[in-house]
Structures are given as C-alpha cells and as structure tokens.
Design a protein around this ligand. Structure first.
Ligand code: CMC
Length: 428
C-alpha cells in the first residue's frame, strides 16, 4: 500500500499521497489539496518545498553529501573533468570514450560565435557588468539558431554543446572588450577550460601556455559548480522553460538569477569582504561582532547555505585545491591566510555553531580565480559557465516531463480588500 499523510483542518480530514524518492526522502504530495479543501500551502522562499521530482543531482544537507547522477562529488572532482561532468549531468550516464570524444568534438565545432555578434559586444559601455553582457549575448546567440530551436528536442545534443561552448566564448569576449583588447578566436587544439583561459589571456603572435595545475584547478571549479539541485538560478531556468521558452532564453534567465550576492555573486562578495578587512586592518573579532549584529546588515559572505547544515563538500575540495595551486605557483595571497583565520573564528563561535553555518563553495573559489588573474567582475561569470550543464539538464528534464505543467505557484494575498475606484480629483 502506498504511503499517505492526513491533514486535519477545520474539522475535516484530508488524505494526501506521500511520494518517496530514490534516497528514501518522503514528501507529502499536496497537488490535489486545493481541489479537495480550498487550502494552499505557504512556504515563503521555498525553504521546505519540493518544486519538482528530479533525477539529476542529490544533496543530503545534513550529512554534507552531493552527487551528480549518483556519483559522489569527491570522486568526480578527483577523477573527472568539466566536459565529462557536463555530459553526465545532461545525458544521465558517464560517457564511453567514443561518446566523450564526440561530445568534445561538438564543443569544438561550435566554439565560434557568429562573426556579426562581434559588433554587438562593442555596443556595451566599457564598464558594463560581464553578467549583463553574458545574459544578453546568450539570448543574442539564440537568435542565430532559429532552425535549431525549431527542432531543439531532436537535436538536443547539438543545442546543449553549442550553448556550453559558446557561453565560454562569449564570457571571454566580454572580458577582452572591457579591457579594450582584441577578441581571441578559440583554438582547435585546446581542451575546454584551457581554451577559455587562452581566449581570456592569450595575445596575438605570442605563445601563451597556462600552468596545467592552474587549468586543472579552474576546470575543477567549473565541475564543482555544474549543478546543485533546485537553487535560485536552476529553479529560474525550470520556471522559464516550463512556459515553453527555448533553451537559450531559459538559460539567459538563469544567468540573471545567478548574479545576486546571495547566490552566484557571493564569490565576488567574499573577495570584497576579505579585501576590506585586509586593507582596513580591522580585527576579526570586531568584524564577526558586526556580522552577529543583525542591525549592521553585514553577513559573513561565503558562509551558510539553505540546504547544507554541515560542511559544503565543494568547499572542502576547493580549499584543498587552493592550497595546492597557490603553493605550486609560489603565490602568497594574504587573503587566503585571512580567509582561513576567519573560517576558524566563525567555526568556533556560538552564533555560527547554533545556526549550522559553514563555508560554502564561494568561500575559497575566488582565491583560486585571483591566482589565475581572473578579474573580480568575471568571478560570477565563471560560476555561470560552470552551471550551464546543470541548467541545460534541468531545462531538458522539465521539457520531457510527461506530466509537466507550467510552473505557477500560488500566494497568500495580503493586500487591500475590494474598494471602489476614486477619481483623481477626489483623491487627497
Ligand atoms: N552570515 C551571518 N548570518 C547568517 C549567514 C551569514 N552568511 N547566513 C545565514 N545567517 C543567519 C541568518 O541571519 C539567520 O539567523 P536568525 O535565525 O537569527 O534569523 C540564520 O542564519 C538562517 O539564515 P537564513 O537567511 O534564513 O538562511 P537562508 O537559507 O535563507 O540563506 C544563504 C542561505 C546562503 C542566502 C545565507 O546563508 C547567506 O546569505 N549566506 C551568505 C551569502 C553566500 O555565501 N551565498 C552563497 C551560497 S552557496 C552558492 C550559491 O548557492 O550560489
């Protein structure tokens, strides 16, 4: 017999089905509650709402577990790379050697953006935020693929590869334009992440070979950001996709949703915070006291997570990589030492212990990006490049849900009740 939950309200009992996920997560299905009772459920900020059933990424926040399609993030971070993780997330299985090669070839085939898009980059002001450019240009890139959009399901693999590949090219171009530098064409001989760094930093007629450990560390950051269940930007992509918007439009919306400092913009906010503390010489105790004082409006950026009530497993991996890469490159970044001290103070402070606040993936990632000379305003763009496979996989899942409906939450209305219209001359 399938599990049921009962809800009693105003003397009436309603029986509700319970659905059970593959990791034995139980969820009360309230989809038909309104029809039987007139009731809706209330969960401002979706803190305890399963907005969908999904088979892409699993998180157990209490135990610090993250898996892509069942594979532990620690194993993927150690043995896999971004392209393979992207394939896994989007198509559900690790690729065979042939499948990997075919997908990688598709990424290479589609790494160029249409030549006429170059002039569009020039129409942005020099100081335009690269996240704005990325979102706008992803939508623009979609305009060059109308035939593909019409058959997007049939040629989904190609669409996915195009978007992942072009996002990288657009991101690097937005940086070059902001620096007044010529755009670099991608190279056929470089793998995904090295090609990105080449487009960012290569100079015409000058050999430029990035340190392989640094390339690996950036590739790992992309892999670790590739999907994360129903976060703000992924839910946005699903929401937009549920209305039957195309893949490009849905993912461009994801870029905008990622931008804010509570989500993807946290990697920028962490470095801003550490720089302020470093430059002002403020003591960590004084800074932490401000964080604990709610009236200050200051948060410890890179700490806390809606789902993790234990270590974010990505943060552990990124911290270790940070130590490794900076050591290898012989870089002594004062912000790394400061971040470690700040982490230590916070992890021993009752405020953070009580609320189960731990470092998240953004706490140390920026220090690696600084080591790679990636400018601060590009940090969240790298997050977006990394998250693209997750957005694509989620868009595809929504569009292929046989019971799928447009996403359309309800609200509890708290505005004025009905009142008659007052002509303008009688208002005052
Ligand atoms: N610094 C100080 N206090 C915090 C922090 C923080 N970073 N995070 C949460 N709290 C407090 C919060 O004030 C609240 O206290 P109280 O119970 O006394 O009201 C309690 O902890 C619970 O916080 P919440 O705001 O209800 O938690 P949330 O699940 O709504 O927010 C969060 C999650 C990530 C937005 C939040 O922890 C935060 O603002 N962190 C800093 C920004 C950040 O690092 N974001 C990146 C998240 S991971 C990558 C990603 O998703 O993009």
């Amino acid at each position: 017999m399938s599990a049921k939950a009962t809800l009693t309200y105003a003397g009436k009992t309603h029986e509700l089905p319970v659905i059970i996920g593959s990791e034995d997560e139980h969820a009360i299905d309230i989809m038909k509650l309104r029809a039987g009772s007139g009731l809706i459920t209330y969960d401002d900020g979706f803190g305890n709402t399963g907005s969908c059933a999904g088979g892409i990424t699993y998180i157990d926040g209490e135990n610090g577990i993250l898996r892509y399609r069942g594979y532990p993030i620690e194993q993927l971070a150690e043995h896999s790379d971004f392209v393979e993780a992207a394939y896994l997330l989007i198509f559900g299985e690790l690729p065979t050697q042939t499948e990997y090669q075919e997908f990688d070839d598709l990424l290479t085939d589609h790494m160029f953006i249409h030549e006429s898009m170059r002039s569009q980059f020039e129409s942005f002001p020099d100081d335009a935020p690269p996240m704005a450019i990325l979102s706008a240009m992803i939508n623009a890139a979609g305009c060059f693929e109308p035939a593909l959009r019409a058959v997007e399901e049939k040629r989904f693999k190609e669409s996915a590869a195009r978007l992942i590949s072009k996002t990288r090219t657009i991101a690097a171009a937005s940086y070059r334009i902001s620096q007044g530098l010529p755009m670099n064409y991608p190279r056929f001989d470089l793998p995904y992440t090295a090609n990105f760094l080449h487009m960012m930093f290569g100079m015409p007629n000058k050999d430029w070979t990035p340190d392989p450990d640094l390339v690996r560390a950036i590739d790992q950051i992309l892999l670790l950001h590739a999907d994360h269940e129903q976060n703000c930007s992924t839910s946005t992509v699903r929401m937009v996709g549920s209305g039957m918007a195309n893949l490009y439009a849905s993912c461009a919306a994801g870029v905008c949703a990622l931008w804010g400092p509570l989500h993807g913009g946290a990697n920028v906010a962490v470095i801003d915070m550490l720089t302020r503390i470093h430059e002002s010489g403020e003591s960590l105790d004084s800074f932490i006291a401000k964080v604990k004082d709610k009236s200050s409006g200051i948060r410890l950026m890179g700490f806390g997570h809606r789902v993790y009530k234990n270590f974010d497993p990505r943060a552990k991996i990124i911290k270790a990589s940070c130590d490794r890469v900076l050591d290898k490159l012989g870089i002594q970044d004062p912000l790394l030492e400061l971040a470690k001290k700040l982490e230590d103070v916070a992890l021993h402070d009752e405020y953070f212990i009580e609320r189960k606040l731990y470092p998240n993936c953004d706490f140390y990632s920026g220090i690696i990006m600084r080591a790679a000379n990636i400018p601060l305003n590009m940090f969240t763009v790298l997050f977006a490049i990394g998250r693209m496979p997750g957005w694509i996989a989620n868009w595809h899942e929504v569009r292929n849900n046989p019971n799928g409906r447009i996403y359309r939450p309800r609200q509890v209305y708290t505005g004025p009740t009905e009142r008659p219209y007052v002509p303008i001359e009688k208002r005052g």
